[in-house]
Design a protein around this ligand. Sequence first.
Ligand code: ATP
Ligand code: MG
Length: 452
Amino acid sequence: MSTVEFRGFGWRHAGRKAWAVRHLDLRIEHGERVLLAGASGAGKSTLLAALAGLLAEDSGEQEGEVLLDGRPPRAAPSGSGPARQARAGTGIVFQDPQTQLVMSRAGDDVAFGLENRAVPRDEIWPRVDAALTAVGFPYDRARDTAALSGGEAQRLAIAGVIALRPGLLLLDEPTANLDPDGAQLVRTAIAKVIQDLDATLVLVEHRVDEALPLVDRTIVIGDHPDAVWTPGAALPSRQAVTTPGETLLTAESLRLPHNNTTVHEVVLRGQALAVEGPNGAGKTTLALLLGGLTKPASGRVRASSALAGRDAGRPPHRWRASRLATRIGSVFQNPEHQFVTDTVRAELSLGGAPASAVDTLLERLRLHHLALANPFTLSGGEQRRLSVATALAAAPQVLILDEPTFGQDLRTWRELVTLLADQRDEGRALVLVTHDAQLVDAIADRRTRLTR
Ligand SMILES: Nc1ncnc2c1ncn2[C@@H]1O[C@H](COP(=O)(O)OP(=O)(O)OP(=O)(O)O)[C@@H](O)[C@H]1O
Ligand SMILES: [Mg+2]
């Protein structure tokens, strides 16, 4: 049984002037399936945390009430791992699934939650296996969780909560890192679980059309209902209008170690290249190699002399980090783990960008009101935009972006796409590693596909 109620609810995170969410009155009946939509930063993840009992008293100020079956939700005692702290009966999957995995072996990670909730020994492994199958986890139980791709980690995190058979399932953009087939599979698994368990579902998702089959009702929070993706929303189309310029990077017989794929590829000035392919195909591996962040095991990455400057003849992975960032900018799938300063403005100024350029980026990516905020306290979508802005601030000739549109609402997505297309049209090269079909449609001039 799980009935959810917010009464005049508000929450202000410690250190913030603005309320993350305020004056919320909302009731969700037992067994209802609700989609929670709203602009990036509107407070969606904050509400899920409130329901899971994860908003600690000393981490902010509360107004009004949040009630679960008539009582304030309280988290389980700490020490049971970050994701599993939600009260028994509630399962939550966070926006960044990687923060959720606690064990080094995949099966143990799912079993861990069951052990914590004192599920009888002989039930544990069958439930673990069933959950892994339901989400299409492609490896056996012994798989090292540190070696999972972003999408694989997301599947594992979802398996972890499905196995718990919660009465209240809280999912924060659960399919954002998944390839289209994987996303469909996971949605089917979620639908089956809520049906079998007669559970209440609160699902956060920007792309309403993808989530609609799973829910009975959509609730939009915040002041910007126009930020919500609705079916048929008009999207920008920004293919290059000029022919591409010279070659900046060449991948020569570059081997992706995990699946023996060999890549031959060129990165051209004034062109946006999309790298597509299913979870685990090696897209991120390729991005790291092209970005000079890892050393090829076999084959090589060659930079043109125009790009390499005084490092001409030397491959990017041997350039000094400070020079690399001004030539090839990389945005990782989880750059959130790499913020190094304590304000958004400082993060953007790190590479020596002039204040006016920093202001423009803050403005264009709707981060201006957060200039003095600590990067680690930003919402998922805000962090994503900051990481893209940070790479742009260094004005590199090549931009390698791993899932740059992750977590964006319709407005911020449009702004991001326009900003990236402008970079390309100014003569930079873009490499877009992405599952976002709309992004590819909007700006990719050429596509390449990796397979598992
Ligand atoms: N731990 C925190 N400390 C301070 N401020 C925070 C913290 N977490 C979130 N915020 C702020 O609260 C507001 C709401 O954040 P929240 O993460 O709930 O948004 P969201 O709707 O989930 O956004 P997104 O779609 O980008 O994930 C944002 O302005 C964010 O910067
Ligand atoms: Mg969020």
